[in-house]
Design a protein around this ligand. Sequence first.
Ligand SMILES: CC(=O)N[C@H]1[C@@H](OP(=O)(O)OP(=O)(O)OC[C@H]2O[C@@H](n3ccc(=O)[nH]c3=O)[C@H](O)[C@@H]2O)O[C@H](CO)[C@H](O)[C@@H]1O
Ligand SMILES: [Mn+2]
Length: 343
Amino acid sequence: MHKDQGKTGAVKGCFTKRHVYVMGCTTLLCFSVGYFWNTSNDIWLDTPTQVSNTMSNHILEDLLQIELPRRCDVLVMTPWFAPIVWEGTYNAEILNEQFRQRNVTVGLTVFAIKKYVIFLKKFLETAETYFMVGHRVNYYIFTDRPEEVPKVELKEGRNVVVLQVQNYPRWQEISMRRMEMINYFSQQQFINEVSYLVCVDVDMRFNDQVGVEILSNLFGTLHPGFYGAERQSFTYERRPASQAYVPRDEGDFYYAGGFFGGTVMEVYKLTKKCHEAIMVDKANGIEAIWQEESHLNKYFVYHKPTKILSPEYLWDDNLGRREILKKRRFLAVPKNHAAIRNK
Ligand SMILES: CC(=O)N[C@H]1[C@@H](OP(=O)(O)OP(=O)(O)OC[C@H]2O[C@@H](n3ccc(=O)[nH]c3=O)[C@H](O)[C@@H]2O)O[C@H](CO)[C@H](O)[C@@H]1O
Ligand SMILES: [Mn+2]
C-alpha cells in the first residue's frame, strides 16, 4: 500500500462545479492508469486494478512517468474534448519530438498590404526567435509591395515566399479578402509545400515561444478581450440578414480573427466557406460587424476547432497583465490607425 493512500489528493482538489472542464481533462488521465471518475456521484470507482479511492498528483506522475498539467485556474478542455493550450498544460519536449519525427513543415501566412509592410521587419525577426523553433517553416508574405519586403536573416530550414497580390481601398476589404487569397493559394501551392497553415495578423510581434503545441486539424484563438466573458457579451454578428449571423443562444467562445489555422485541407475548407459567405453579404449590401472575424466565429460555431489557443497566443498589453497569463507569446504592436489604415 502506498503511503499516500487515504489522503485527499491534489487531483481531486481541482474538482469543483466551476472546474467541470478541468475535470474532463483529469478523467482522461485517470482512464489511462485504470481509474474511473464517476462524475455524478463525486467518488472514485476502482476498475480492474484495485487501488485507493484517493490519490495525489505525484503518485499519478510516478505511475505515468510524466509531469501532470498543473493548471486548475483556467479552462483547459472544451466540452467537445478539444484542449485549450496554456503554459503548463503540455510537455514541449514530447511534442517537438513527435513533430520532428514527421518532419513537418509549417506555413505562416501574413498579409502586408500597402502601409502595413512596415510591420514585417519586427514580425519576421521575432518569428525567427520564437516561432516553431527547430522546425521547418515557410513564411508566406502576401503583399502588393514585394520590393518593400525586408531581408531578414533566416535559420536553416526556413524560407520567405513572397506572394504578390492586389490591394483594396478600404482596410476592411483588405482584411476580409485574406480569406479568398489564403483559399486560392492553399489549393494552388500550400497543399504541395506544407502540412499546416498558421494565419495571423502582421501588426504583431512574437515575445515568447509559439511552437508545435498549437498545431491540430483546426484551431482558433480565444480573443483576449473576451476570455471568461459570458456569451451574451460576445460581439458575434447579430443581424439575421448577414451570413455571419449567430443566434443569441449559440456559440461557445469568441475567437480572434488574427490567429487561426490547421491542416492545409481544413484551412482550405474554412477560408472557402468564409469567403463565400462574405461574397453573399456583399451582394446583399451588408458587411459583418467585425468583417471576416465575424464569419470565422460563425464557422467555429458549426465546425468546432480541435484545439483552442489561450490568449497567451494573442495578447494586447493595453489590456494590462493578468495572473492567468504565464506567457505573453504574441503581442499586438501599437499602431496609429489614422496614419496606417487606408494608406
Ligand atoms: C488581432 C486580431 O484579432 N485582429 C483582428 C481585428 O482587427 P485589427 O484592428 O487588428 O485589424 P488590422 O488593422 O490589423 O487588419 C487586419 C490585417 O489585415 C492586413 N492589412 C490590413 C489593412 C491594410 O491596409 N493592410 C493590411 O495588410 C494586415 O495583415 C492586418 O494585420 O479585426 C479585423 C477585422 O475587423 C481582423 O479580423 C483582425 O484579424
Ligand atoms: Mn491587427
